[in-house]
Design a protein around this ligand. Structure first.
Ligand SMILES: NC(=O)c1ccc[n+]([C@@H]2O[C@H](COP(=O)([O-])OP(=O)(O)OC[C@H]3O[C@@H](n4cnc5c(N)ncnc54)[C@H](OP(=O)(O)O)[C@@H]3O)[C@@H](O)[C@H]2O)c1
Length: 340
C-alpha cells in the first residue's frame, strides 16, 4: 500500500511517500480500505514539530478519515465486510471521563494516522457513519465535528434559544455553527473576511463580526446578546480569551479548544470569578459521544461543509496543508483516495 509519512525530521518538506506491504488484520481486528481523509490544524502542528517535538519519527500523519471494511480477522463481532466507518481520534476513550493516557493516544501522533491506503483497527475503535453522508463529508467527523459536539452538547448542554459565539470559520467553528443551529440556538460568528461572514449567515448565523475591523468584538457581542452569550467556542486561545471573557454572560461557559492566536498570555482572572464564568477545556471526545453525534447528524441530515478536495498523495497533502495554513478555507479540507 501507499503510505505518506513524516520522514526523519519535522517539516512539510520532510513528508514522503512509500510503498509497504498491505497490512493484514489479526484476531479481533478489521482492515479498512481508506476512501477519504480530512485535515485539522493539529496535523499541521504535528508535521511542523510544534505539537510534540519529542514525537518519534517516522510517523504516518492525519487523524481523520473514513474507510470501508475490506478484511475481517478471526472472531470479529459487530462489523461486516462493506461497512463504512471512521476510526476514532482517541481510540482508547470509549465513554465517560477519559484517563490521562487515553487523551495522549491520538491517531496521527503519537499513534500512526490515516494517511495510508489501509488502516487496521478493532471494532470498538471505529464508528459507523450516517448513511446520507458521502465519503468527503464523513471524513470530517472524527476531530473537528466531535470537538464542536463535545463542547456545545456533551459539556455545554446547549438548549434552544441559547446564544453562542463562534470564533472564526475553520473546521471546528463551522461545525459549532451547524450544531448550534440544529439545537435552536442563536449564533454570532467572528471572521477576518466579509465573504466568510456572509457564508456563515447563509448557514444560519444571526450576526457576523469582523474581528480585524472590530478588535473590541467582545463588547459588541455582549450588546448583541443583551448581556453576554451562554457559550463561547474559543479556538483562538491566548490572543482572544480576554475578548471572549467580555462576550460571555454571568455564569456562561467558554469552551477552551484551540490556540490559533497563541498559547500563553497575561490574563486578568478577575472577570472569571466576578462573573462566575466556567472555563471548560475540551479535547476531542469519546467514542460514545461520536455515536451520539452521528445519531443527530443522521436524524437532521446535516451535511458537513467541505471547502476543497485534494488527491491522496504526498503532493496533494502538501498542497492541502498549504491551503489550511493560509486560512483561506471555510470549513474542511479533504483528501480523496480515489476509491470508488
Ligand atoms: N481541543 C481539541 O480537541 C481540538 C480539536 C480540533 C481543533 N483544535 C484546535 O482548535 C483550533 C481550530 O482548529 P481547526 O482545525 O478548526 O482550524 P482551522 O480550520 O485551521 O481554522 C482556521 C480559521 O480560524 C480562524 N482564526 C484564525 N486566527 C483567529 C483569531 N485570532 N481569531 C478568530 N479566529 C481566528 C480563521 O477564520 P477566518 O478566516 O474566518 O478569520 C481561520 O480561517 C486550532 O488551534 C486547533 O489546534 C482543538
Amino acid at each position: 500500500m501507499r503510505i505518506i509519512e513524516i520522514g526523519e525530521r519535522f517539516g512539510l518538506e520532510q513528508l514522503r511517500e512509500r510503498t509497504v506491504p498491505d497490512p493484514e488484520p489479526g484476531p479481533g481486528e478489521v482492515r479498512l480500505r481508506m476512501r477519504a481523509a480530512s485535515l485539522n490544524h493539529r496535523d499541521l502542528l504535528m508535521i511542523r514539530g510544534r505539537y510534540n517535538p519529542r514525537q518519534p519519527l517516522p510517523l504516518v500523519p492525519l487523524s481523520d478519515g473514513v474507510g470501508v471494511v475490506d478484511r475481517l480477522g478471526t472472531g470479529v463481532d459487530g462489523l461486516c465486510l462493506g461497512d463504512r466507518v471512521c476510526p476514532a481520534l482517541l481510540p482508547t476513550w470509549p465513554a465517560g471521563e477519559p484517563d490521562r493516557a487515553a487523551l495522549r493516544r491520538g491517531l496521527g501522533g503519537p499513534l500512526p494516522g490515516v494517511a495510508c491506503e489501509f488502516v487496521i483497527a478493532r471494532p470498538e475503535q471505529v464508528v459507523p457513519i450516517p448513511e446520507h453522508l458521502g465519503d468527503f463529508g464523513a471524513a470530517t467527523l472524527p476531530c473537528a465535528a466531535l470537538t464542536a459536539w463535545t463542547a456545545l452538547v456533551s459539556h455545554g448542554r446547549l438548549r434552544a434559544g441559547d446564544r453562542v459565539l463562534v470564533l472564526g470559520t475553520g473546521g471546528v467553528s463551522v461545525f459549532a455553527l451547524q450544531f448550534a443551529r440544529l439545537a435552536g440556538a442563536r449564533v454570532c460568528v467572528t471572521s477576518s473576511d466579509q465573504q466568510k461572514l456572509e457564508r456563515a449567515c447563509a448557514l444560519g448565523a444571526e450576526r457576523g463580526m469582523n474581528y480585524l475591523t472590530e478588535p473590541a468584538w467582545g463588547e459588541a457581542v455582549r450588546l448583541w446578546s443583551e448581556g453576554g452569550v451562554d457559550h463561547v467556542v474559543e479556538v483562538g486561545g491566548a490572543g482572544t480569551l480576554a475578548q471572549s471573557l467580555r462576550a460571555v454572560r454571568v455564569g456562561g461557559t467558554i469552551s477552551v479548544i484551540g490556540v490559533l492566536a497563541g498559547t500563553a498570555t497575561q490574563l486578568d482572572v478577575l472577570p472569571i470569578l466576578m462573573n462566575q464564568v466556567r472555563l471548560q477545556g475540551i479535547f476531542g471526545g469519546s467514542r460514545a459521544s461520536f455515536v451520539e453525534m452521528n445519531r443527530a447528524i443522521a436524524a437532521s441530515r446535516l451535511v458537513p461543509v467541505v471547502d476543497t478536495v485534494y488527491p491522496f498523495g504526498v503532493e496533494g497533502l502538501k498542497a492541502a496543508l498549504g491551503h489550511l495554513e493560509s486560512g483561506r478555507h471555510f470549513g474542511k479540507i479533504v483528501l480523496d483516495y480515489g476509491v470508488t
